[in-house]
Design a protein around this ligand. Sequence first.
Ligand code: SF4
Length: 363
Amino acid sequence: MSTAEKTIELGLPTVPRARKPREVIEAAAPTDTKKVLLAAPRGYCAGVDRAVIAVEKALDHYGAPVYVRKQIVHNRHVVETLEAQGAIFVDEVDEVPEGSVTVFSAHGVSPAVIAESEDRQLNTIDATCPLVSKVHREAVRFAKQDYDILLIGHEGHEEVEGTAGEAPDHVQIVNSPDEVDKVTVRDPEKVVWISQTTLSVDETLETVARLKERFPTLQDPPSDDICYATSNRQGAIKEIAPQADLVIVVGSTNSSNSVRLMEVALEYGAKASYLVDYANEVDETWFEGVTTVGVTSGASVPEVLVQDVLRLLADYGYEDVQPVETAKEDILFSLPKELRSALKNDTGAPAMRLGGRGEKPNR
Ligand code: SF4
């Protein structure tokens, strides 16, 4: 099947499609050949786990409401669950009553947002993922050295806005390889690239290769900016995709790393790939003629949502679930420092709840 014929489904199929009788769909592939290839790693990364726990702990400690600038992580279920517990999500800090407890999301904020929060005397908790903060520090450092900084990333994404805001006079955003020709710099000998953490590894390499054709002395960032969680999840789906008739990615449409997983699945040979927030968005017509289903989830997705999809697949005869593990993850991050000291004052002991796999049942 050509790339053009492959199915990309970004939207949620909220309108039921014409459905065939279940027996017809089940008969399309004999049950004893049906299987699921389950990606590992998948789901929660350490940065997401830390951010979600930060909001939960803030609610415990300060009581509701706790304000959160932007979605704490890009996942519908997580946001709705925290809202039910008393979190209020806002777009900008000017919507937050002065002096209120406010959490910055895992995607990070620019210095302008921090300054505005100080003006409003907000009690802020910075849940920016440490791996995003690392990219911010790179931007600051290279700007101080007066480099032109080419930030590979998606314009309008919160993380890119935050990173670019560290050095607006030095940063220009490069969305894709096709934009390379439009880049202009002051001194071609003094250019560095950095990137958003949740991009496609392959596409970013292509962008960098094209940038290096234009600027042969282009400097690399000190270490990879695409984070371990993004590249590990893409690595697992690259292994699965060539064997899969269908890949289901559990994740939200505004989750960059989840959308990238769907794209990577198609690039690496999956015949179709769909993104779903919940199992009830899976359309049974997707199973026609399908024997092997790949399943993965974005870095902001609680495991409970994947298990719901696996239960649904089992109902359709895909009971044989084979894990495909391509990497092990043991990265943990401590809670934001503002929260650690607040909790320490409560108990006298340092509060060091760390990130993990997000297996909690109700997130
Ligand atoms: S996806 Fe990567 S950068 Fe984003 S929160 Fe997770 S670990 Fe941090």
